[in-house]
Design a protein around this ligand. Structure first.
Ligand code: NAD
Length: 266
């Protein structure tokens, strides 16, 4: 299975190249980077700390899509949208891990999924996908007398907030309650906010150090509190999950799939 990595010089990109190397049956088709990146022309395997592959990082993503059975994309929203268009045009499966997409950008992914298989997840770890299922289940059992808060912490370099995983957890909690997250989300609190609105789902964001990704969902009533927490210890975890998704997607019909489909959780 030939797997291409766009943004292969990024923090996740390098991990993804390593994960392809470690996955039986997977072969690195190549890597691409942004037009003015210093990494253009470099060997993606060497950059990831592996033995030389003879491949050169390109700034022509179309060439990479044509050479790949599936492309994995952990870049920035504007690039991911362009890559979704290329997936559609070349018929190449796509695993877009980029977070922080606007509703319009998400619509482009959904349009491409009518032509090719796409596995999109805010988080490709087994543990977080389990947490998503548990959150939905607990929210469906507990009533509005339990306030739901989602707390996340990430490293200082993260550019979007709340994290895609925190929002996915909020969506799971809202789904458990049979409401839409957009109608009940308190994404930011500052100043004289007034009392907490019954039924809302709150978010709190911490940034610092090199934290890979911590997420907690807190259910708080007058009498008791339930907290479910996941802590990622190594970002290689997301890379391994994304390559597993890529191997799975390459043989699937067109459609927008989740990591829960890949893991068989549903
Ligand atoms: P990063 O800044 O280290 O890497 C992004 C890379 O994309 C950079 O090397 C950049 O040059 C490259 N890039 C930008 N535009 C490009 C283009 N047009 N073509 C090719 N490459 C391009 O960031 P990161 O920490 O690796 O995170 C990347 C994204 O992945 C973020 O949105 C982050 O939130 C997300 N992420 C998702 C998961 C998950 O499990 N879904 C896990 C970790 C990170």
């Amino acid at each position: 299975m030939k797997i291409g990595i766009v943004g292969c010089a990024g923090r996740m990109g390098r991990m993804l190249v390593q994960a392809v190397h470690q996955t039986p049956g997977a072969e690195l088709a190549g890597g691409s980077e942004a037009k003015h990146s210093d990494a253009i022309g470099e060997d993606p395997a060497l950059l990831a700390g592996l033995k030389a592959s003879g491949l050169k990082i390109t700034d022509d993503a179309r060439v990479l899509f044509e050479a790949s059975d599936c492309v994995v994309d952990f870049t920035v929203p504007a690039a991911t949208v362009l890559h979704a268009g290329l997936a559609k045009e070349t018929g190449t499966a796509l695993v877009p891990g980029t977070t922080g997409l606007s509703a319009d950008q998400q619509a482009v992914i959904e349009d491409a999924a009518q032509s090719v298989a796409i596995v999109q997840a805010a988080n490709y770890s087994v543990g977080v996908n389990l947490l998503l299922g548990l959150t939905e289940q607990v929210a469906s059992i507990l009533g509005d007398d339990f306030d739901i808060e989602v707390l996340e912490m990430h490293h200082r370099h993260k550019i979007d907030a709340p994290s895609g995983t925190a929002l996915a957890l909020g969506k799971a909690a809202a789904a458990g309650r049979g409401v839409s997250l957009d109608d009940v989300a308190d994404r930011v609190r500052d100043g004289i906010t007034g009392e907490r609105t019954v039924g809302n789902i709150g978010f709190a964001t911490l940034r610092g150090g090199m934290v890979v990704g911590d997420h907690s969902v807190i259910f708080a009533s007058d009498d008791e509190r339930i907290e479910i927490t996941h802590r990622a210890a190594d970002r290689g975890l997301f890379a391994k999950g994304a390559i597993r998704a890529a191997m799975w997607a390459a043989s699937k019909d067109a459609g927008l799939y989740s990591m829960r489909d890949v893991l068989g959780f549903d």
